[in-house]
Design a protein around this ligand. Structure first.
Ligand code: B4P
Length: 194
């Protein structure tokens, strides 16, 4: 399966993706993890990206698209992939669609993990990563509402969007995700929604 995970920062994407890749036995492509790993390895693109990440802004599309394009070339992505935190802009989504269409392997499902802003702030403040400072969290939420939320309509009109309630324990949330994924697996995509 080819799955996209969308949700505000701190919605639990990373937490749930770890479980889902194991369940579906597909590789996990997390742009956030790739950028952080690149930063550790002093990769020039990731170092450039760091100034955006540390201020809570989205990294420019060309940097992200280059990183993802290179990753998708690897053989393990041939049978399926879980995109975590990518795409985050309509331009990223359009580029991904074109790439997958060329391979005749379109997305199967887009999961929207829904958690309200207060809960997000609470979760991220408890984690304490360098970009989990209050003013950076506020900017990450603004980036989500302004640049990433429009993607939901993009995928809704394609008939592949599934909403999942991200509240409750990680186990409860994962049970809802499994149900949404299995519903799609057992029924082929319906006609496109208008
Ligand atoms: P990401 O690494 O994708 O980080 P995130 O959106 O903050 O989500 P994350 O995965 O960390 O949080 P999670 O919900 O799992 O992005 C970081 C930055 O990289 C972005 O701000 C941006 O600058 C850049 N970037 C990445 N991809 C990009 C792209 N495509 N385009 C442009 N820029 C890009 O977990 C949060 C916390 O909640 C954890 O501590 C977890 O333990 C906890 N938690 C999870 N589930 C919970 C539950 N059910 N109950 C309570 N706590 C829970």
């Amino acid at each position: 399966m080819r799955v996209v995970f969308i949700g505000p920062p701190g919605a639990g994407k990373g937490t749930q993706c770890e479980r889902l890749v194991e369940y579906l036995n597909i590789p996990h492509l997390s742009t956030g993890d790739m950028l952080r790993q690149g930063r550790e390895e002093k990769n020039p693109l990731a170092i450039l990206a760091d100034q955006y990440m540390s201020s809570g802004q989205l990294v420019p599309d060309p940097i992200i698209l280059q990183l993802v394009g290179e990753r998708l070339e690897r053989a393990d992505c041939a049978q399926g992939v879980l995109f975590d935190g990518f795409p985050r802009t309509v331009r990223q989504a359009e580029t991904l669609d074109r790439t997958l269409d060329e391979r005749n392997s379109p997305l199967d499902i887009v999961l929207e993990l829904q958690v309200d802003d207060d809960e997000v702030v609470q979760r991220l403040s408890a984690r304490g990563r360098t970009d989990d400072q209050p003013e950076v969290i506020a900017q990450r939420l603004r980036s989500y509402w302004n640049q990433t939320r429009p993607l939901l309509d993009y995928y809704r009109t394609r008939g592949i969007l599934e909403r999942v309630d991200g509240s409750g324990t990680p186990k409860e949330v994962f049970a809802r995700i499994k149900a949404a994924v299995n519903k799609r697996r057992n029924s082929p995509p319906g006609p496109k929604e208008q």
